[in-house]
Design a protein around this ligand. Structure first.
Ligand SMILES: Cc1cc2nc3c(=O)[nH]c(=O)nc-3n(C[C@H](O)[C@H](O)[C@H](O)COP(=O)(O)O)c2cc1C
Length: 307
């Protein structure tokens, strides 16, 4: 099956990307997988200041996934620009890179875009509006505030000619409206979904299993939420969609495609199996051959199948 696909003006050699926060800035991966075999990856979200992150433990596993409260630990704008992006520019060619940014205020997003836009070596921005682990703003992510979504995306749009994808939340009761706001403000794509808010307790002590208390749920438990969100998004928008949440297998990726995702991101699955994304790419090729599907681009969407 031909896996290449064009989305928001960028040619991807295949639709499989690593999700933000699960692959650092790429350099962390060189010993464990062939980055250049991927469709691409999204960097850890960059904040204005360097952040050490939340108290340990920051991740905990449970039967159907994991919960994390990393707290956007990252080197901050200045070091991302001087160390991380130059490495990407020098070492990543075929895989396409989206740089993720996360502000604590609307203006911080603009400073991040202004501070990063001149760097080379990346295809576009993913605007993280939906981190559930940020204690500021009383834990309410920008993605759940329609006016903030409009302002942030419009301001980012003014400051860069590169494509931007708005990364939204799974627990958004007004998701179609949020998507419309992002689209009207100039987003070129939508990434769905970020982790869902959750809490795990130790059964013996009754204490939270994460140092921070609550966190974001990822992995298989998130899959049905991701699928629903992408289907809802596709019903109201023709923008490219990056589908993320609980992708483990070929059938998960195909399910995202059928509800309307153009690209797929994988995160949690790569913690247990660092080469999971490469395996997914070869699995998709084999599946295409066996199922007589000749290209990912043309792989039937649900509405086509239902027709
Ligand atoms: C440890 C960890 C750190 C994450 N950090 C970020 C981040 O910095 N920015 C972001 O937009 N999403 C972040 N995410 C969310 C992932 O990008 C993804 O949306 C989510 O994990 C669902 O995909 P998955 O089920 O394949 O892991 C993080 C997820 C995990 C597990």
């Amino acid at each position: 099956m031909k896996l290449s696909i064009q989305a928001f003006g960028v040619d991807f050699q295949n639709p499989v990307l690593l999700a933000a926060g699960t692959c650092g800035f790429g350099m962390e991966l060189v010993d464990v997988l062939d980055i250049e075999a991927l469709g691409g990856f999204v960097t850890k979200s960059i904040t204005l200041e360097a952040r050490l992150g939340n108290p340990a433990p920051r991740v905990a596993e449970f039967e159907s996934g994991m919960i994390n409260s990393v707290g956007l630990a990252n080197p901050g704008l200045a070091r991302a620009r001087s160390e991380k992006l130059p490495w990407i520019a020098a070492n990543v060619r075929r895989a396409k890179v989206l740089v993720s940014v996360a502000g604590h205020t609307v203006e911080e997003y603009f400073q991040l875009i202004e501070g990063l836009d001149e760097a080379d070596g990346f295809a576009g921005f993913e605007i993280n509006l939906s981190c559930p682990n940020d204690a500021r703003r009383d834990g309410v992510p920008f993605a759940l505030d329609l006016d903030a979504v409009s302002k942030i995306i419009a301001g980012c749009r003014e400051r860069t000619g590169r494509p931007i994808s708005a990364k939204l939340a799974p627990n958004d009761p007004r998701l179609p409206q949020t998507i419309k706001r992002a689209e009207e403000a100039g987003a070129n794509a939508i990434t769905l979904v970020n982790t869902a808010p959750g809490l795990l307790l130790d059964p013996d002590s009754g204490q939270a299993r994460l140092g921070q208390g609550a966190g974001g749920v990822s992995g298989p438990a998130l899959f049905p939420m991701g699928i629903r969100a992408v289907k809802e998004a596709r019903a109201v928008s023709s923008l490219p969609i990056l589908g993320v949440g609980g992708v483990l297998s070929v059938s998960d990726a195909v399910a995202y495609r059928r509800v309307g995702a153009d690209l797929i991101q994988m995160g949690t699955a790569t913690f247990a199996a660092p080469r999971a994304a490469e395996d997914l790419i070869s699995g998709l090729m084999r599946w295409g051959k066996e199922s007589d599907v000749c290209s990912w681009s043309e792989l039937g969407r649900m509405e086509d199948l239902e027709a």
